[in-house]
Write a protein that binds this ligand. Structure first.
Ligand code: SAM
Length: 243
């Protein structure tokens, strides 16, 4: 039976997430994050919050140097994060309504997680929440969805995982609808000894634009900067320091 739903990879298919993203070098990204923190952090502590932490692979490599907390809206992702990054505090929370009653030195929100809030109004609320959870001089590092120019309407893309006991192919076409990228991901999973499974996984990501994002960060009390080259090739990053 074909299952079609939104954000399957973050829910029913969460156990395949790390394999789908096995091309990413989370250790290298953690080192880059640490270098950015050394460069920009103006508060003195090491309390770090990862918002939309997913399966916790950045936290796995940051937890020895920072006092780490991870939040995500998905129970399934958090379940995996708890085994990937043992000793880290995890909480189920929606970044649009985040209220942990605590302030941090660093907030990271990586790999398009922020895009899932979709609208500019929700982005404003989310960034205000980030600001509220930062100490004075604390640092926000936000990796947005790809820029609009990355998505070519109708161009097919593929990600493949070629493990010994499992093969995963994820093919997608993106449609741009105003300021939203709609990605219909066709996911085919073949595991040893099992029937192949086929899903259509729909992701809708807000494309907020550079100036709009900087404006919202500034309005939330963050001194803000845009970096064209962030943690990996083709990925941008916003840097905000709490005034
Ligand atoms: C593409 S994954 C990125 C995960 C992780 N940061 C990484 O780099 O691998 C996006 C994550 O954002 C989470 N997410 C989506 N909307 C969210 C929200 N409103 N609040 C908190 N987390 C959210 C999803 O559950 C998913 O784990």
């Amino acid at each position: 039976m074909l299952i079609m739903s939104k954000q399957l990879l973050h829910n029913q298919l969460a156990k395949y997430y790390d394999r789908v993203y096995s091309f990413k070098d989370y250790l290298d990204e953690a080192v880059r994050l640490q270098n950015l923190i050394i460069k920009y952090l103006e508060s003195g502590g090491n309390a770090l919050l990862d918002v939309g932490c997913g399966t916790g692979l950045h936290l796995k490599h940051l937890k020895d140097d920072f006092s780490c907390t991870g939040v995500d809206v998905s129970k399934s992702m958090l379940k995996i994060a708890r085994t990937n990054a043992k000793g880290v505090t995890f909480k189920e929370a929606d970044m649009k309504t985040l209220n942990l009653g605590k302030q941090f030195d660093v907030i990271v929100c990586l790999l398009s997680s922020i895009g899932y809030v979709k609208t500019t109004v929700s982005l404003e609320k989310t960034i205000q929440n980030f600001s509220k959870h930062l100490k004075k001089g604390g640092l926000a590092l936000i990796e947005p969805s790809h820029a609009k120019s990355f998505y070519v309407n109708g161009e097919p893309r593929i990600t493949a995982y070629n493990g010994k006991d499992a093969k995963i192919a994820r093919v997608n076409f993106t449609k741009i609808r105003q300021a939203t990228a709609v990605l219909n991901m066709h996911v085919l999973i073949a595991e040893r000894g099992k029937d192949a499974k086929y899903f259509v996984d729909r992701h809708e990501l807000g494309l907020f634009g550079i100036n709009n994002t900087l404006r919202i960060m500034k309005a939330a009390g963050l001194k803000s900067k845009y970096l064209k080259n962030g943690l990996m090739t083709g990925r941008e990053l916003f840097v905000g320091i709490k005034k």
